[in-house]
Design a protein around this ligand. Structure first.
Ligand code: FO1
Length: 321
């Protein structure tokens, strides 16, 4: 079975671990979000691609959901000693090697998709990991700033997420460069050839939304023969992890499982899983033309996540019928 997953960072990576466990023989292609990418110290950092690669490859710092296990921070400390920032983004020594290899290959002329394939040769994540695009897309967030143009200022997504901890309102989310970006090689082909397309419990705005913002991707998913099934990242009107509610507000979507399904829309989604605590929302989602089922959605461990993945695949079969 060919499965395509549009994945962001931590939630997407954890879901993929369960999906692999649920259908070990499936051919899984992950279209990874690159809007979180940031250039620091002359290096290109790809947080969502690395989180998928490290999580499925066995190198992830489990509690954090990002960065490497067993990290040290000698380079970070030395950079700080030189007064070279930013200090708010925690790059570890092992992680630096990934960014050095990536940047070196890109400088030699390799596209991000080839670089990602090379890095995955080491990590063997057991899925095909494609960046959404080889072109540079970086999400910026518009926040209030009295000194700013029109009382606003744009900050890089990572500064909003990590330094500001999303504590200030996001007035707009802008995937800079998305309009000019092209889907990476293999992305549209994978969507067209898929038997099932899944939206994992990733951030619907800055992760799945950014992937869909690459021209041609949304149309490919909407027009795909495969059923498209999503799993809500919002449980009990709050994000399970991260701060999705902050960016949902920026795009005028209330932080409920049903609102996220309607935000994606019935032109994209054929099915939607909500957690059992949100069972009362299934009627509203069904009324929007999206098949809906309430199942446990807490990814407490790989077995629980495998059950969620199996439910999503079952709903896809029901929709296909
Ligand atoms: N998240 C944090 O909350 N604090 C950090 O210092 C931090 C560093 C970091 C370094 C590399 C990397 O790949 C991810 C990192 N993240 C950090 C997570 C990152 O902000 C998020 O994983 C994604 O951008 C959101 O999906």
């Amino acid at each position: 079975m060919r499965i395509v997953v549009l994945a962001g960072g931590i939630g997407g990576a954890r879901f993929l671990r369960g999906l692999k466990s649920a259908v070990p023989d499936a051919d899984i292609t992950v279209i990874g979000n690159t809007g979180d990418d940031i250039h620091l110290f002359g290096l290109k950092v790809c947080p969502d691609l690395d989180t998928v690669m490290y999580t499925l490859g066995g190198g992830i710092h489990e509690e954090q959901g990002w960065g490497r296990a067993g990290e040290t921070f000698a380079v970070k400390e030395e950079l700080a000693a030189y007064g070279v920032g930013p200090e708010w983004f925690g790059l570890g020594d092992r992680d630096f090697a990934t960014h050095i290899v990536r940047t070196q290959m890109i400088s030699a002329g390799y596209p991000l998709s080839a670089v990602t394939e090379a890095l995955c040769d080491r990590w063997k994540p057991g899925v095909r990991l494609l960046p959404m695009s080889d072109d540079r897309v970086e999400t910026h967030v518009l926040i209030d700033d009295p000194e700013g143009e029109g009382g606003r200022r744009a900050v890089h997504f990572q500064e909003y997420w990590v330094r500001l901890r999303a504590r200030v309102p996001a007035r707009a989310i802008v995937p800079v460069g998305a309009e000019q970006a092209k889907p990476a090689p293999g992305v549209l082909e994978a969507i067209a050839a898929a038997d099932v397309i899944l939206f994992p419990p990733s951030n619907p705005v800055v992760s799945v939304g950014t992937i869909l913002a690459v021209p041609g991707v949304r149309e490919a998913v909407a027009g795909a023969a495969a059923p498209v099934v999503g799993l809500s990242p919002i449980v009990g009107d709050a994000p399970v992890r991260g701060m999705a509610d902050k960016v949902l507000a920026a795009v005028g979507v209330e932080s409920t499982a049903g609102a996220v399904a309607r935000h994606y829309g019935a032109d994209l989604l054929d099915g939607w899983l909500v957690d059992t605590v949100d069972a009362e929302q299934t009627a509203g989602v069904t009324a929007a033309g999206i098949r809906c089922r309430a199942v446990p959605l807490m990814m407490t461990d790989t077995e629980a996540t495998a059950r969620m993945a199996a439910e999503a695949l079952a709903l896809a079969e029901e929709v296909r019928a």
